[in-house]
Design a protein around this ligand. Structure first.
Ligand code: NAD
Ligand code: IPM
Ligand code: MN
Length: 353
């Protein structure tokens, strides 16, 4: 029987709560492909940081590299500054493993009510291709005269031609497998270096895809259009920060943060890719057993697709769809009163092997 090794970083808050549920349903779904997964749980988290002073051991990258993929919950704890925890594990991982493609699908499932009253099931159906290794997230800059009245902080955004080009090509290739439309998010009216390069590369790449409709939107107008006409998007390509912000918006217009899945992908497969829900550690509901595990489960389905276990991925995804369509059980974020584990039981029952 074929077997895969997956590194599991539950992390903080609701991270471990939802990831354990995702593992349970994935173990069931993979029976469709007749394979096995060995889950290697790693304790790297804010608690690990409080005990050891680092987010992961010195050989952490080597350990991760020995896996076929990584499943992550969330990192971030109210008692440790985010700039320490996120810069000790999650953000460096995206760069180190060259996971430059951050895929974030937005889909309005049947049985889920969008806060946008005109949207029907399936009418919102797009994928954000977020650049994941440079842009506004480049760790370039510094602080000078710290703590003095004339303190200076400099944070430099990095846009490279190669970085823009590879995410945009991925977006156009992706659009060819969907409805053949790509929308590029920009702010070249204000950011006249990085975003102008972004636009120029988009223009150049789009010429190689005459069969794909190319559209350009300023980020402020795009935020409006995610609300006004979300049904008009197919593939959206955005820089690191713009893609981050827009995907919380795309999560809520499709019902909840608790439904939004993502993959941090190294398309060349030189390094392991990492799959995680879009949401964070949700300290406001952590420990209560009421987190929605569906975003984690849908992220696990993306992981299965990445492992080319298409039958298992489809089985898991359609089980999630069935549970949502049934309208119950539901966690409070979707208007219900049910617990995390009740959702898992329902998904397990809905998986057809
Ligand atoms: P968040 O996504 O954790 O929570 C935002 C809101 O959505 C909260 O009200 C929360 O209860 C709700 N929510 C999120 N996921 C849910 C789920 N599965 N079920 C039900 N409700 C859910 O964002 P935040 O509060 O801004 O951030 C909390 C911490 O998480 C911070 O430390 C932040 O830096 C970190 N964070 C980490 C990641 C990651 O590891 N990938 C992503 C985002 C935020
Ligand atoms: C996300 C998160 C991260 C990001 C944070 C935790 C650094 O918000 O994955 O969307 O901004 O990329
Ligand atoms: Mn985010």
């Amino acid at each position: 029987m074929a077997s895969f090794r997956i590194a599991v970083i539950g992390g903080d808050g609701i991270g471990p709560e939802v990831i354990e549920q995702a593992i349970r349903v994935t173990d069931r779904a993979i029976q469709c492909d007749g394979v096995k997964i060995e889950w290697n749980r790693l304790p790297w988290s804010s608690n690990y940081y409080k005990e050891t002073g680092t987010m992961m051991p010195d050989n952490g990258w080597d350990i991760l590299q020995q896996h076929d993929a990584i499943l992550l919950g969330a990192i971030g704890s109210p008692d440790v500054p985010d700039h320490i925890t996120l810069h000790g594990l999650l953000l460096p991982m995206r760069r180190r493993f060259d996971q430059y493609l951050n895929l974030r699908p937005a889909y309005l499932f049947e049985g889920v009510e969008s806060p946008l009253r005109h949207q029907k099931p399936g009418s919102i159906d797009f994928v954000v291709y977020r650049e994941n290794t440079e842009g506004e997230y480049a760790p370039v800059g510094g602080r000078h005269y710290v703590g003095t009245p004339h303190e200076i902080a400099i944070q430099t955004a990095i846009f490279t031609r190669r970085g823009c080009e590879r995410i945009m090509r991925a977006a156009f290739e992706g659009a060819r497998k969907r409805r053949c439309k790509v929308t590029s998010i920009t702010k070249s009216n204000a950011q006249v270096y990085g975003m102008v390069l972004w636009d120029e590369v988009f223009e150049t790449v789009s010429r190689d895809y005459p069969d794909v409709q190319a559209e350009k939107l300023l980020i402020d107008a795009a935020a409006m259009d995610f609300v006004r006409r979300p049904d008009s998007f197919d593939v959206v390509v955005a820089s690191n920060l713009f893609g981050d912000i827009l995907t919380d918006l795309s999560a809520i217009i499709t019902g909840s943060m608790g439904l939004a899945a993502s993959g941090n992908i190294n398309p060349e497969r030189r390094f392991p890719s990492m799959f995680e829900p879009v949401h964070g550690s949700a300290p406001d509901i952590a420990g209560k057993g009421i987190a929605n595990p569906l975003a984690a489960m849908l992220s696990a389905a993306m992981l299965l697709d990445h492992l080319q276990l298409a039958k298992s991925a489809a089985a898991l995804r359609s089980a999630v769809g069935e549970v949502l369509k049934a309208g119950k059980p539901r966690t409070p974020d979707l208007g219900g009163n049910d617990k995390t584990e009740a959702i898992t039981e329902a998904v397990l029952a809905a998986i057809k092997s």
